[in-house]
Design a protein around this ligand. Sequence first.
Ligand SMILES: NC(=O)c1ccc[n+]([C@@H]2O[C@H](COP(=O)([O-])OP(=O)(O)OC[C@H]3O[C@@H](n4cnc5c(N)ncnc54)[C@H](O)[C@@H]3O)[C@@H](O)[C@H]2O)c1
Length: 248
Amino acid sequence: MGRLEGKKCVVTGGGRGIGRGIALAFAREGADVAVIDRLSDNAERVAAELRELGAKGFAFGADVSDETSITKALAEAEQKLGRVDVLMNNAGINTHVDFVDMTVATWDEMIAVNLRSVFLCTRVVLPGMIERRWGRIISTSSQLAHKGGRQLVHYAAAKAGVLGFTRSLAYEVAPYNITVNAICPGPINTDMSRVGSAEWKAQKLSELPLGRYGEVEEVAPTVVLIASDEGSYYTGASFNMNGGDVMV
Ligand SMILES: NC(=O)c1ccc[n+]([C@@H]2O[C@H](COP(=O)([O-])OP(=O)(O)OC[C@H]3O[C@@H](n4cnc5c(N)ncnc54)[C@H](O)[C@@H]3O)[C@@H](O)[C@H]2O)c1
């Protein structure tokens, strides 16, 4: 019996990287999973992997920052799954830009994909969770929400916003047995962490007490715990799997 047996989960940005790892971990624990990603081919591939694990796996191509696109995809996901018990707000982007060179368009895109999306997705699935008196909203923030970083004003601001969202919504929905939590990974080996200069990466490695980037498999187990019944007393919390980059 898996720890998420019978649970219906949605993972945004599940087409690769951390989101894919979480989707697979959910399926291994007995959940059915809908993967939403703007790269729809990747989402389809992951859905096929989920089905190979014996889960019901569904794929939807959508842009989490676009109200029409994501609302439609989530409604379809909810219909296919029957309901949504666990929403994993994970889709995100990262760019490195000096603040003096940061355009309004760059800022707006970062906030839209990494923060507005959390609002857009959560508002679709929350009414059903409230009705059923059970739900898990989990969002991927970053250790940079705590410590900031050079060339990352827009990214760190968006990810810190996710923590404010998490803590505030946690108060509002606690009476309905819905928990709201965030994860704050440090540098994890994915396509995303391959952006940035060689100097930036060398500096990052030198700051890490564990001396290495983390792996997706070192993130997903914590998310399974938060999503499961065993995670029932965590809410408004942030979980720092970061190799010791930020110790809070
Ligand atoms: N890798 C790291 O070091 C690291 C550290 C801390 C936090 N994070 C966060 O973890 C999450 C996953 O990152 P990752 O490392 O797996 O990166 P990734 O680039 O490998 O995966 C991100 C996924 O999100 C999807 N996506 C991006 N924009 C989207 C949009 N507008 N609509 C729908 N899907 C979209 C991408 O297509 C991709 O599949 C992100 O929120 C990221 O900010 C990553």
